[in-house]
Ligand binder design. Structure first.
Ligand SMILES: [Zn+2]
Length: 345
């Protein structure tokens, strides 16, 4: 029987919460900066890595937007996505739902088409060459106004066949989901799958708004849902998946210790029965690989340890499709978006 880390590494996995721009590794960032004649405010790759020791979501976002400045050409976006997809393949990730932030690029004068064509070409190559199936979720930046999101949706409609859903990300506090009611309504009418970040730093009321005002089918994070029992009941009743990111939450100080992470409570027997699929559908992952310096396999391992699960749950008991352990349950759960992923693929 392989040890826990090896077992998790070998298991086929799906990654449902990855911001592709956040996966930009320091080495690639420097290479793209050189290629495009851009001067970074860091003297070396090591200095940039040091800067990744941010203290909260806003510090992270400042670095995130700065990193985007090296992405100029279609080939840059291809290289960004391809680098991530190769890492995902090495971790035996089979299915990826990839967030991207077009406003972070169009605001710098980069055409929407440049972004989408580069990402889409890498996704096509990953399907053919690596066997990794990936799709794109376009996020609106919630710190910008709804009119900007509307213009972004207008641009996206020409590429609708390359985007499966829309989401909502960036600074949560002070930017409730209801701010984007109309643009989400239009996106729904256009046939996009709807998701939104809510309850990472924002209160449970933001999760309610995402469900009732935006009409999303999935909540990204949703940690603070546990502060509201009625909301937990709603999530359980409607089987709304939460894509949780324990290591991201730790790095951004959303939680001070993995032992206090809400996923641990969600997986308690008395609660997970009530939550039904929620606990089973909460894959932890890296969210932004470069910034966390960890990957989906690491999160699986941490969930197996820091979140209080005994190693024996993974290491000594047999995990089979008929009797799945928690991680295997997550892996066999159908994605709301892809619907094609299964552990057998
Ligand atoms: Zn996220």
């Amino acid at each position: 029987m392989p040890n826990l880390d090896t077992l998790i590494k070998r298991l086929p996995k799906c990654e449902l919460h990855i911001h592709i721009e956040g996966s930009l590794e320091p080495e690639l960032m420097f290479a793209l900066a050189r290629r495009n004649g851009i001067r970074l405010p860091y003297p070396s790759v090591d200095a940039l890595r040091q800067a990744y020791r941010f203290g909260n979501l806003q510090d992270f976002l400042n670095l995130y937007y700065q990193g985007m400045s090296v992405l100029i050409t279609e080939q840059d976006f291809y290289d960004l996505a391809w680098a991530y997809l190769e890492h995902a393949h090495a971790d035996n990730v089979r299915h990826v739902e990839m967030f991207f932030d077009p406003q972070g690029h169009t605001s710098r004068g980069i055409p929407f088409a440049t972004v989408i064509e580069g990402l889409h070409r890498a996704i096509g190559d990953a399907g053919r060459k690596l066997g990794v199936q990936a799709s794109l979720i376009m996020c609106f930046l919630r710190h910008l106004d709804e009119a900007d999101a509307e213009r972004t949706l207008d641009a996206a409609l020409a590429f609708k066949d390359r985007i499966v859903g829309v989401g909502l990300d960036s600074s949560e506090a002070g930017h409730p989901p209801s701010k984007f009611k109309h643009v989400f309504s239009r996106a729904r009418d256009a046939g996009f799958f709807l998701s939104a970040h809510a309850g990472e730093e924002g209160p449970p009321s933001y999760v309610w708004e995402a469900l009732d005002v935006l009409g999303v089918a999935r909540i990204d994070h949703g940690n603070r849902s546990l502060e509201d029992e009625i909301l937990v009941g709603r999530l359980a009743r409607d089987q709304v998946p939460l894509t949780m990111c324990p290591l991201s939450n730790l790095r951004l100080r959303v939680v001070d210790d993995l032992r206090h992470h809400p996923l641990r409570r969600m997986m308690q027997p008395e609660l997970s029965r009530g939550l039904g699929g929620v606990g089973a559908r909460t894959p932890g992952n890296c969210s932004d690989r470069a910034q966390w310096d960890q990957c989906i396999a690491d999160d699986g391992a941490r969930e197996g340890q820091g979140l209080g699960r005994r190693r024996s749950r993974f290491g000594r008991e047999r995990v089979t499709p008929q009797r799945p352990g928690p991680i295997a349950v997550m892996l066999t759960a159908k994605s709301r978006l892809g619907s094609k992923f299964s552990a057998e693929k």
